[in-house]
Design a protein around this ligand. Structure first.
Ligand SMILES: NC(=O)c1ccc[n+]([C@@H]2O[C@H](COP(=O)([O-])OP(=O)(O)OC[C@H]3O[C@@H](n4cnc5c(N)ncnc54)[C@H](OP(=O)(O)O)[C@@H]3O)[C@@H](O)[C@H]2O)c1
Length: 271
């Protein structure tokens, strides 16, 4: 039995589907419900309240853990008590490149490494699905706004993260490893807008935001230090943040999916 937290999310939702298709027993944990595939056990649980997760761990042996809540120690103690032996943490590339900003994933990583469980850490860069923030303006007036329009980053498809997570949860040989997950090449925001336009068969106008405009928008849904860290990654990425990682290909035996592929599969959101 594999427990998937974040089961209603971009990564967790796909991971649940992949595990079920592979014949695994799955417990999906989330605060909200969603239409899960047949046979999936759903447990309403909140990572901010570790006691609420106890029921999900009974009889399970592996856990896909999200960075949420403030007490990863309590979550992992409950997991161990329920029989979990293996944990795969969805962290963030920023935990490696900007640990002072990404203190939350850093704290989860440290706890997972010291847990005594068999652990693997996934450090994805920015997700292709972040372009869903453009869904409404592209639907309404075929415009996509972002800062740093010509700075490319190798964003990763959440479906690739889910596929890597499924492999690492099910296969041996990944214990004690930290994998950086990226797409196949750097893509700029301007190129992403054009790729969505190509998938739509329509022109999408790219509107370059100033740093200040982007900061004001991000402050609505991100804490202040994360806003500054994100702006720094988007505008002045380090060499490590620009680099394409070999890890998706190493684990899946194929190249990571392209942004154009993500746009084609998700075009309905922009129509
Ligand atoms: N987007 C990026 O560029 C990026 C880059 C690096 C790392 N990440 C990491 O990847 C994670 C997953 O991304 P995603 O795109 O799959 O996220 P998403 O689509 O926004 O989904 C987030 C998931 O987390 C669950 N969740 C949030 N708080 C929770 C809590 N307190 N207890 C239980 N479940 C909780 C939500 O479930 P309910 O609301 O139903 O409970 C939902 O299933 C992010 O949280 C972030 O840490 C993201």
């Amino acid at each position: 039995m594999i427990v998937v937290t974040g089961a209603t999310g971009n990564v967790g939702g796909e991971l649940v589907r992949l595990l079920v298709a592979a014949g695994e027993q799955v417990t999906a944990v989330s605060r909200r419900t969603a239409p899960f595939p047949e046979g999936v056990r759903h447990v309403t649980g909140d990572l901010a309240e570790p006691a609420s997760l106890k029921a999900s761990f009974d009889g399970a042996d592996a856990l896909f853990l999200l960075v949420a809540g403030e007490d990863p120690q309590a979550v992992l103690e409950a997991a161990k008590a329920g029989g979990i032996r293996r944990v795969v943490l969805l962290s963030s590339q920023g935990a490696g490149t900007r640990p002072e900003v990404y203190a939350h994933p850093v704290a989860f990583e440290e706890t997972v490494r010291g847990s005594g469980l068999e652990w693997t850490i996934l450090r994805p860069g920015g997700f292709d699905s972040n372009a869903l923030a453009w869904a409404e303006p592209i639907r309404a007036h075929r415009t996509a706004a972002a800062p740093f329009g010509d700075v490319g980053l190798p964003a990763v498809d959440p479906a690739d993260i889910a596929e890597v997570a499924a492999a690492v949860l099910r296969e041996d040989g990944h214990a004690g490893r930290t994998y950086v997950l990226t797409g196949p090449r750097p893509v700029t925001p301007r190129e992403r807008a054009a790729a969505i336009g190509a998938a739509l068969g329509a022109q999408v106008r790219f509107a370059e935001q100033t740093r200040e405009e982007a900061r004001a928008q991000m402050r609505r849904f991100m804490p202040e230090p994360v806003v500054e860290g994100t702006l720094a990654i988007l505008g002045t990425p380090t060499a490590a943040e620009r680099q394409v990682s070999p890890d998706v290909e190493h684990i899946l035996g194929r190249a990571p999916r392209t942004f154009a592929d993500w746009a084609a599969r998700n075009v309905a959101a922009f129509r």
